[in-house]
Design a protein around this ligand. Structure first.
Ligand SMILES: C[S@@+](CC[C@H](N)C(=O)[O-])C[C@H]1O[C@@H](n2cnc3c(N)ncnc32)[C@H](O)[C@@H]1O
Length: 235
C-alpha cells in the first residue's frame, strides 16, 4: 500500500510503516474487544482534542479503532500510537483455554495479524501507528525522545505493581494539559487499587464510571458526574 500520510510520530520514532507492503488477510479480521466503545472516549476526544494519543494495551485494536473513527468524525487531526507486545497477559497462561485467544502458530502468538487486519478493514492505517514493544521499554524510549501525548489510555497489565508502574511511567509522557484514561477501574481489584494509589501519589481526583477512570494532569480540571460539563475545581 502506498503511504499517503506523513505520520509525525512514526518519523520521530524512526518506525517503519507497518502497512507499506501489507497483504490484507480478511480471514484475520475479528472485531472483538473489551469495553472498547465506552462513552468516555468520545467525551475526552471532544474535550481535549488530542493531537497524539497513546494507547498501552491494544489487543485486537478495537479501542484504538474507536478513538480513530471518533476523532475522524470530530474532524480532529489525531495520531494514535498503539503500544502492545501482542503477546497477551498473565491470564493467557493461567486460565483454561485462553491460550487459544492468541492464535499461536509454532508456539508464538499471532494476535498482531488480527490487529493489522482490523485496522486495515476499517481504513485507519493512516491514523494508528503500531509499536510492538513492552510498555516499560516503550516508556523509556518515548521519554528519551521527548514525546508528549495529549490523551493516554492504559489497558495493559491488570496486576497491581505492573499497572501502577504503567501509570507512573506514562504520567511523565502525558502533556501538562493532557488526560489519562484507565480501564477496568472498579472491575479488577488490582487495577482499582493501583488507580487509587497513583491518584493519591499525584494528588489528583479520579473521575470514574462504568469501569473507566479519568485522571487529568492539570489539577484545576474536573468534571460533573457524567463528564458532560467541564468546570474549574481549584484556583
Ligand atoms: C485487555 S487487553 C487490551 C484491550 C483493548 N484496549 C480493547 O479495548 O480491546 C490487554 C493487552 O495488553 C497487552 N499487554 C499486557 N502486558 C503488556 C506489557 N507489559 N506491555 C505491552 N502490552 C502489554 C496484552 O498483550 C493485551 O493485548
Amino acid at each position: 500500500m502506498k503511504d499517503t500520510h506523513d505520520s509525525q510520530i512514526r518519523t520521530l520514532l524512526g518506525l517503519e510503516n507497518a502497512f507499506e507492503d501489507y497483504a490484507f488477510d480478511e480471514s484475520r479480521v475479528d472485531l472483538s474487544g473489551w469495553n472498547s466503545t465506552h462513552p468516555f472516549f468520545r467525551r475526552l476526544l471532544e474535550e481535549f482534542k488530542p493531537k497524539l494519543i497513546i494507547e498501552l494495551g491494544v489487543w485486537k485494536g478495537m479501542s484504538s479503532l474507536h478513538m480513530a473513527v471518533q476523532s475522524g468524525k470530530l474532524g480532529l487531526k489525531t495520531e494514535i500510537l498503539a503500544i502492545d507486545t501482542w503477546l497477551g497477559s498473565s491470564a493467557h497462561l493461567s486460565s483454561d483455554g485462553r491460550r487459544d485467544e492468541l492464535s499461536p502458530r509454532n508456539g508464538y502468538p499471532t494476535l498482531y495479524e488480527t490487529f493489522l487486519a482490523n485496522v486495515y478493514s476499517k481504513k485507519q492505517q493512516d491514523v494508528i501507528v503500531p509499536l510492538p514493544m513492552d510498555g516499560t521499554s516503550a516508556a523509556f524510549a518515548l521519554k528519551r525522545l521527548g514525546v508528549k501525548a495529549d490523551l493516554i489510555h492504559i489497558d495493559a497489565s491488570h496486576e497491581y505493581e505492573a499497572c501502577l508502574q504503567d501509570f507512573r511511567n506514562y504520567w511523565e509522557i502525558l502533556a501538562d494539559d493532557g488526560v489519562m484514561l484507565c480501564d477496568d477501574y472498579g472491575i479488577w481489584p488490582d487495577v482499582s487499587r493501583a488507580v487509587c494509589q497513583f491518584a493519591a501519589e499525584v494528588e489528583r481526583p479520579v473521575w470514574a464510571s462504568m469501569a473507566k477512570a479519568v485522571i487529568c494532569k492539570d489539577a484545576s480540571v474536573g468534571f460533573d458526574l457524567t463528564l458532560d460539563k467541564r468546570r474549574e475545581i481549584r484556583a
